[in-house]
Design a binder for this molecule. Sequence first.
Ligand code: SF4
Length: 377
Amino acid sequence: MSPLDRFCDTELSRKLMGRVAALADEVAERLGRPAVFIEVCGTHTVAISRLGLRSLLAGRVELRSGPGCPVCVTDHQEIDMMVNLARLAGVTLGTFGDMLRVPGSRSSLERERAGGADVRIFYSPLDAVAFAEANPEREVVFLGIGFETTAPVVASTLTRARAKGVKNFSIFSAHKLIPPAIRAVLSDPVLKLDGLILPGHVSAITGRRAFDFIVKEYGLPSVISGFEPMDILIALHELLLQLLRGEARVVNKYTRVVREEGNLDARKRIAECFEEVDVPWRGLGVIPESGLSLRETFRDFDARFKLNIEPAPPTSHYPPGCACKEILRGKLLPPECRLFSNVCTPVHPVGPCMVSSEGACAAYYRFERFSPVGGGI
Ligand code: SF4
């Protein structure tokens, strides 16, 4: 029996679900409405949808999705710059697959590839380095997309590429940091939340302490959670208990992976390669010190400087009717977008939240489009 099996145990999950439902009833009675929690991470969004927790808890707890899908929050301006890179002669653009179909203001990488640009999917930045070594006549630019979890891998790749003397490899960094995005979401006076399920993967790098500001600045209960059924039920149980007791703490319920200080080696690698900068997030605008730009010492690997790419003009173009902006801030649920499942589907996505498999709209479409969910704000 794998140690993970107990986190998927059906009988235990059923019992815990009963306790969560009972606590949720108590909390709803006390508040005069269902408790509203946000899950920050896209992997949690998918897990919660797959488990059907939203419909099981409908009327007792509302579970909203946040800005935790890295593809969904990549801004139009950044995608426009990636498109400009793809159009340069002699450039091979390497990316993770989900990024291809996300629309910028004028085009997407998929459209550029169909038009002849050399855009390739790599499963690891190291594969992109290997491709660069095998194709010295090409400049290979890898798109650094993702949160604290991806940045250390890219940092290690750069160090390796430098050590090997690879000269035709560079990074376009669009990395983003989760704590500043949480602060931006919580600062919205319209959004009334009762607690947060914090991202397990990101917390493995940042550590629990990185989220103490949620209690200090916003007084909200928060739980770092894993991704198995029992993990999520344990997180909900903890949030509801804190609400009933009138407490607000950041509790780590993913102790098999997350430490107080996080992964010190990964944090060191990030700090060596990157510096924090203000960057735009789709749906949230420019958030101070929420992105990672390559340090000057890595400028020879920075595609923005190496290929002289000018910043694209800021734009907030959204397809008519698309509610991604509100969904990424936890203000609406996907079925509340009038395009959901009729016009916008995974085969014909209108906005980024339907493109990525971790996007809230894609998760709802796949697992919950016939289930009852709570209402918007
Ligand atoms: S359903 Fe489609 S159009 Fe509506 S918010 Fe989601 S991605 Fe945008």
